[in-house]
Design a binder for this molecule. Structure first.
Ligand SMILES: Cc1cc2nc3c(=O)[nH]c(=O)nc-3n(C[C@H](O)[C@H](O)[C@H](O)COP(=O)(O)OP(=O)(O)OC[C@H]3O[C@@H](n4cnc5c(N)ncnc54)[C@H](O)[C@@H]3O)c2cc1C
Length: 251
């Protein structure tokens, strides 16, 4: 067998995923629980590539973070963009029993494992909460009790993904704090933050730099870049700040 005949590593091979369950998270966001018989397992924070093929052979490929904890059924959470080629299908037309291709898990950098020491500071914008949710689920499964904070920015209350589960995780774990900011609309009586993530918010909600928190930031590109530079300006070490950029604008 020559090098070119060698089988691709399992994580790079296209596999067939079948939708086992579909959960409506918000009016525009759905979680797809998938059966992937060949799935090799994953770490919290990794993603997959999804490939859709039309009847005429046209293909479109996008990345989606893994929402589930290691060991649980593979789940993706997709936000439907009205003019989006792939998300409009996955979070719109796809039905239980439908199939598509994916490959993974991908990524070794934006990854949390129970072996990481120190406080954990997670900063999410919109669907950027997906890989951070995998980390919180993994943390709960491993019964890790070091301090953790999720700062989660959504447009409105109705856009908060995983809201009930986040409330439950925080209620069951005194070391976990979940802080919301709503950037566009706030319900009456809202006493949380009501602006975009900024330096003052990161300082107020996060951990002091000298406690050397592990920081994971995920969301629309401009939000991630602004948060990462604010965290640097606050004195957090660059090698402790890990970022994942989901897309162009985060409209
Ligand atoms: C590593 C990684 C992980 C990701 N994980 C997730 C995830 O868990 N859940 C999820 O919903 N998305 C995730 N994304 C984004 C996803 O890959 C797609 O970019 C998104 O679903 C849009 O694809 P589309 O084919 O529907 O839209 P396209 O047809 O590609 O674009 C349609 C329009 O939307 C704009 N657009 C494209 N992407 C985005 C975006 N992310 N935000 C706002 N506007 C956009 C385009 O400029 C265009 O105007 C991830 C991206 C990366 C790189």
């Amino acid at each position: 067998m020559t090098a070119t005949d060698a089988p691709a590593p399992a994580r790079l091979r296209w596999m067939t995923a079948t939708a086992r369950d579909i959960i409506d998270e918000t009016p525009r966001v759905r979680t797809l629980v998938l059966d992937v018989p060949e799935w090799p397992g994953h770490k919290a924070g990794q993603h997959v590539d999804v490939r859709l093929t039309a009847d005429d052979g046209y293909q479109a490929q996008r990345s989606y973070s893994i929402a589930s904890a290691p060991g649980a059924a593979l789940a993706l959470t997709v936000e439907r963009l009205e003019d989006g080629e792939v998300s409009f299908y996955l979070a719109g037309d796809l039905r239980v029993g439908d199939r598509f291709e994916l490959r993974g898990p991908i990524g070794g950098y934006f990854v949390w494992t129970a072996a990481l020491e120190g406080p954990l500071f997670l900063v999410a914008g919109g669907s950027g909460v997906v890989p951070l949710m995998a980390m919180l689920r993994a943390r709960a499964d491993a019964a890790v009790r070091t301090p953790a904070v999720l700062l989660y920015s959504s447009r409105s209350e109705a856009d908060i993904i995983y809201r009930a589960e986040l409330e439950r995780l925080a209620a069951e774990d005194a070391a976990l704090k979940v802080v919301h900011t709503l950037t566009r609309a706030q319900p009456s009586g809202w006493n949380g933050f009501s602006r975009r993530v900024d330096r003052a918010m990161l300082e107020e909600v996060g951990f002091a730099p000298d406690t050397r928190p592990r920081i994971f930031v995920c969301g629309p590109t401009p939000m991630v870049e602004a948060a990462a530079s604010s965290l640097r300006a606050l004195g957090h070490a660059a090698n402790l700040i890990k970022t994942e950029r989901f897309g162009p604008s985060g409209r």
